[in-house]
Design a protein around this ligand. Structure first.
Ligand SMILES: [Cu+2]
Length: 176
């Protein structure tokens, strides 16, 4: 076989090597994790009544990848800091506690951050959350990196989203 044909074939082999590495779970670039997940679907927050200094945000996170993911934190310009909290019932009373290690999302699974379960707590809130406005929120996800979402503010008594929040797309197009 002439040398020219050999080199063309080995070039083609090199081209298919990268996707095969991803399928086998070999080390891949961070971008691959972003493409494989939908983060922050249907984000929303509750309007805040006058006088309070906190607020709560909710969303769902889905991992379409083959590895577990973890929401490790979040930041927002409307709050001094954002904490991930879990609600539990103790002796008949609702209590909340911070999740210091974040929240795991199983491979192919999803978690709902919703009222009476988990929530993102806007601590030292710097401005009221007004119904109809969007809150800038950056999620910190261990492998995917930073993902910007914009929860829409729903009524103060809302218990579910109306779907007006802006979310990261299925291809991670709002990730950075
Ligand atoms: Cu809380």
């Amino acid at each position: 076989m002439p040398p020219r044909a050999l080199s063309r074939r080995s070039a083609r082999r090199a081209l298919v090597a990268a996707p095969v590495a991803a399928v086998l779970g070999l080390p891949a670039l961070a971008h691959d994790y972003k493409v494989g997940m939908l983060a922050g679907a249907s984000p929303w927050a509750r309007a805040t009544p006058p006088g309070g200094t906190v607020g709560a945000g909710h969303l769902s996170i889905e991992s379409r990848g083959a590895r577990a993911e973890r929401l490790v934190g979040a930041t927002s310009p409307v709050a001094g800091h954002v904490e991930l909290h879990a609600m539990t019932v103790e002796n008949g009373a609702m209590r909340m506690r911070p999740l210091d290690d974040g929240l795991e999302v199983a491979p192919g699974g999803h978690v709902e951050i919703k009222p009476r379960g988990y929530h993102l707590m806007f601590v030292d809130r710097k401005q009221p959350l007004r119904e109809g406005e969007h809150v800038p929120l950056t999620l910190e996800i261990r492998k995917a990196g930073k993902v910007d979402v914009e929860p829409v503010v729903e009524r103060v008594e809302a218990s579910a989203p109306t779907g007006r929040g802006r979310q990261a797309g299925p291809d991670g197009d709002r990730t950075r």
